[in-house]
Design a binder for this molecule. Sequence first.
Ligand SMILES: [Zn+2]
Length: 390
Amino acid sequence: MDACTAVGREIDKVLTKFTSYSDHASTTIASLRSNIESLKVEIDQVGSGDITEAQAVILSQALGRVKEAVTRLSTEHRDLHSSVSKVGKAIDKNFTADFGCISNDSVFSGKKHHLINEVICQHFFREGLLDIAEEHIKETNLSLQEESREPFFELNRILAALKERNLAPALQWAEENRDKLISQRSTLEFKLHRLAYINLLSQGPSRVPEAIDYARHNFTPFVFQHEKVIQSLMGCLLYVKGGLINSPYADLLSCDQWTEICDVFTRDACALLGLSVDSSLAVCVNAGCTALPILLNIKQVMQQRQVPNIWNTKEELPIEIDLGPSSRYHSIFACPILRQQSTENNPPMRLICGHVISRDALNKLTTSAKLKCPYCPVEQNPQDAIQISF
Ligand SMILES: [Zn+2]
């Protein structure tokens, strides 16, 4: 960010200079022009005869002034070049062009190359760019199972319909997958019905009977879960005549409702199909962009210590990067005693006092079949500890 600000500052300087130059140039040129115009009028008044000596002097003086002004303007214009080239220098100084030392070509060699192509392909499918994905498959000789494409086709079809404010395909999908959606506590189906109901109401009082009928048929299964919302949806019936837009329920008509339903559908459908909400490629690019500045900062240290590449043997980056809560996929437990991350062989164990340590730590701390909690310290039987999973 600092780099951008530094370059921005140079650009601002150039822009200010340009503006002042252009203002100055146009006023100078305008005054010279009016000067010459008035001279022309004066000469014309003399008629066909020769101009007087005095007029000749005035004319040559005017010409001198024009020449002088042109020279001055071109000198000023030349000065602008140095300011422009300063921007180039600022870019070179503030941005790194050499990423050689922080990339590791071998990471993506061999079989992994195939993985990259697969991830790129899935990204295209996700974005609904089906023909590009097909071309990519052809060019890279990817053998992608038909089943792995199918869910994306359906998702894209339903999302495209939702964007055109057509709820039917999404409603049908939600109905077909109702049990699974309920088990993952999804509110998708109710939200779709709610939008369909509002849609009817927004079309005026003539559709009210139809809307009431719709509500009666479709809201019943959701009464217990969404009682308050359904109450307010019924309350808004009173205002249909005067127009919902002028009522306290105006927010029901907001475009945000449609944006929200697209997000809810994507999130819930992805969860149901076992897909991540964001494409893997987008997550990787995001992680790379976050890591890049930090890696560039420690580049010098790595070069000094002659670190051969930034990936260690476990193919992990030498630094930790935080992509925010949405990108935390697995909860991690680090044993506070051994300061190690828990693994399948060394899982976290909950002691009867509520403190959690790793199994290795528990074994190490156990003396003659007794364990003293390192924190409280309650004495207990190590057999009473329960394995926990996140
Ligand atoms: Zn304890």
